[in-house]
Design a protein around this ligand. Structure first.
Ligand code: PEP
Length: 249
């Protein structure tokens, strides 16, 4: 099955609203003729100006997080209904920075994944191992555990349409990229895990990204792997280099 590639930029906690609009003006011509899905996952305060600045283009806007309740006394959180109402299409869930610094658990992520689908949002669900886990040889077991916990009770029709990002924690923001073999091995294991939990057609349909120090030099080799359907890009998504990553062949 031919899966359409998807390259998403994770802007993390960078860019004021004014700078976000400027960056979009820079990146827009560099990504507009691409034949992959392009997503900018921007900070919450930049969502509305980013949506305005990308209207009529091929760029979709994503959030970097959301809460699993609809509304109410959850100071500082942003709800799925708010994202849907604004016109957001994607939401990163379970980024390792959120798991580590904000103690997000798989149980919460499972609720978030379900809520995202209720509101027509496509989750980009992140998973990944620490360097210690890799060195202990438990990478694949750990990733499968994360996937199974985060997707518990999520129907196959939703999983088929979601995005899973494999991001080895030791490769995020470190300049240390996983080798293409390492990245392909884990992305294949994720697809096999989806086939085990659901079925082959769901596994063939779900899009799996690699993330972790993707740049213009390594993207084409990574994205050419049979089970890698694009990338989740941090640092390089804030630079014109992102255009090269999106258009790499
Ligand atoms: C990320 O933030 O998801 C990421 C992969 O960052 P970087 O590309 O900077 O390693």
């Amino acid at each position: 099955m031919e899966r359409r590639k998807i390259v998403a930029g994770n802007w993390k906690m960078n860019m004021t609203p004014a700078k976000a609009v400027e960056l979009i003006a820079t990146l827009r011509p560099l990504v507009e003729s691409s034949d992959v899905d392009v997503v900018f996952c921007v900070p919450a305060i930049d969502i509305v100006p980013a949506l305005t600045a990308t209207r009529g283009t091929n760029i979709e806007i994503g959030a970097q997080n959301m809460y699993f309740e609809e509304s109410g006394a959850y100071t500082g959180e942003i709800s799925p209904e708010m994202l849907e109402g604004a016109g957001v299409k994607y939401v990163i869930l379970g980024h390792s920075e959120r798991r580590e610094y904000f103690h997000e658990t798989d149980e919460e992520l499972n609720k978030k994944v379900k809520k995202a689908f209720e509101h027509g949002l496509t989750p980009i669900l992140c998973c990944g191992e620490t360097l210690q886990q890799r060195e202990m040889g438990i990478t694949l077991d750990w990733i499968k555990l994360q996937i199974k916990s985060d997707l518990a009770g999520v129907p196959s029709s939703d999983v088929a349409n979601m995005v899973i990002a494999y991001e080895p924690i030791w490769a995020i923001g470190t300049g240390k990229t996983a080798t293409t073999e390492q990245a392909q091995e884990v992305c294949k294991a994720i697809r096999d895990c989806i086939a085990d939990i659901y079925n082959d057609s769901t596994a063939q349909s779900v899009r799996i990204q690699y993330g972790g120090s993707v740049n213009a030099g390594n993207a084409s080799q990574l994205f050419a792997q049979p089970d890698i359907d694009g990338g989740l890009v941090g640092g390089a998504s804030l630079k014109p280099e992102f255009g090269k990553i999106v258009n790499c062949k």
